[in-house]
Design a protein around this ligand. Structure first.
Ligand code: PMP
Length: 392
């Protein structure tokens, strides 16, 4: 048998041990974690809708009508009218022909990629794609070729030397770097090399594009350019679940083939109803997005002035690059001592030597919250100057 205790000890020694915090109360910037009040800068609730009164009201009103549990999978007897309504709403929201509602983004990626690719096909995947994309690629049994992050020229060379069915898959907004994929160029090379483009816009939906419709529409691309769009609902949308949107033919095919859709219990229908309300809030939410933009700008200007290294990101994902695992843990701890929650992100979530603090901003933050983070970062700045002594 494997020596689990030894492996855990090795992780601890390498600064890679993972822990969980116990949060009580709703998800919002003022969190209670492990019994301590903290100002959080690490959730993906980019618009502050996880605790929005309109969404909660819909959920409460829906429950007596729909009951709680999903009861069965969609193909047995779990496909509720509320799920159907949400799919219609998601298709309209993304300006696509149709949509299919999944229970989580992880399952959407696993199910969609493994349904659309198989043995003998080739999937081209950005080096920084999310774990669920990587796992979907592995599950498909297709040949996997990784291209350098955002490197369309390298991808084009690979596409040119490959025959057979080709799929290109990318995050829309990269979850740990916050940058946006070069979607227009990706669409062009996919068109030229007859490859199917799949975009996982988990972090773009709600935040980018007209009325928050995501990075694909922000890039001016249609269903023809990006035939497969995946989005999650647990981040900016503030509820739970995920979707894929595209042609009716594609959805029909996925209902036949996507195992993570077929063999799982449907989400509680009331959550689908609350998600529809959340999409209404998002469509009318330009005020939320402009406040968010102002927060991002304030953070970037302030952190750069303090000498912190940021990424080329204009999204709410604003990593502070630190380097070593110990340094990232120490900075996170120093911020926590000052009442701030910003988690350290370490390998394998990011490449070795690129540990970071993943700061995320939300429209639920006030400008004063960002100023508080910057003041704490200022106090912690000397630690960054002499890391070998400070992190000891
Ligand atoms: N795709 C990306 C790019 C993500 O960042 C995540 C979640 N971190 C997922 C998919 C998975 O979504 P979910 O949390 O709904 O499973």
């Amino acid at each position: 048998m494997r020596n689990f205790a030894k492996e855990i000890e090795e992780r601890k020694q390498a600064g890679l041990y993972r822990t969980r915090r116990l949060v009580s109360g709703p998800q919002q910037p003022e969190l209670t974690a492990d019994g301590k009040p903290l100002l959080s800068f690490c959730s993906n609730d980019y618009l502050g809708l996880a605790n929005h009164p309109a969404n909660i009201e819909t959920l409460k009103n829906a429950l007596p009508e729909t009951g709680l549990g999903g009861g069965a999978s969609h193909l047995i007897c779990g496909h509720h009218d509320a799920h159907y309504q949400l799919e219609e709403r998601l298709a309209k929201f993304t300006r696509r022909s149709s949509a299919l509602f999944f229970s989580t983004g992880y399952m959407a990626n696993m199910g969609v990629i493994s349904a659309l690719a198989g043995r003998g096909d080739t999937i081209f995947s950005d080096r920084l794609n999310h774990a669920s994309i990587i796992d979907g690629c592995i599950l498909s049994r297709a040949r996997i070729r990784r291209y350098g992050h955002g490197d369309v020229a390298a991808l084009e060379t690979m596409l040119a030397e490959t025959s057979g069915h080709k799929l290109v898959v990318t995050d829309g907004v990269f979850s740990m770097d916050g940058d946006v994929a070069p979607l227009r160029e990706l669409a062009r090379v996919c068109r030229e090399h007859d490859a199917l483009l799949i975009v996982d816009d988990a972090h773009g939906i709600g935040v980018l594009g007209p009325e928050g419709r995501g990075s694909v529409l922000d890039a001016g691309l249609t269903e023809e350019d990006v035939p497969v769009l995946i989005g999650t609902l647990g981040k900016a949308v503030g509820t739970s679940g995920a979707f894929v949107a595209g042609s009716e033919l594609l959805m029909d095919y996925l209902v036949q083939k996507a195992r993570t859709y077929i063999y799982t219990t449907a989400m509680p229908p009331a959550v689908a109803m609350a998600t529809c309300t959340s999409l209404d809030v998002i469509e009318r939410g330009d005020y939320l997005r402009s406040h968010l933009e102002a927060l991002i700008e304030r953070f970037r200007t302030g952190a750069r002035a303090l000498g912190y290294e940021l990424m080329a990101s204009h999204t709410p994902i604003q990593p502070i690059m630190v380097g070593t695992n110990d340094a990232a843990l120490a900075l996170s701890k120093a911020l926590e001592d000052r009442g701030l929650l910003v988690t350290a992100i370490r390998p394998p979530t990011v490449p070795a030597g690129e540990a970071r603090l993943r700061v995320t901003l939300s429209a639920a933050h006030r400008m004063a919250d960002v100023d508080r983070l910057l003041a704490a970062l200022k106090e912690c700045r000397p630690m960054m100057e002499a890391p070998e002594t400070a992190w000891a």
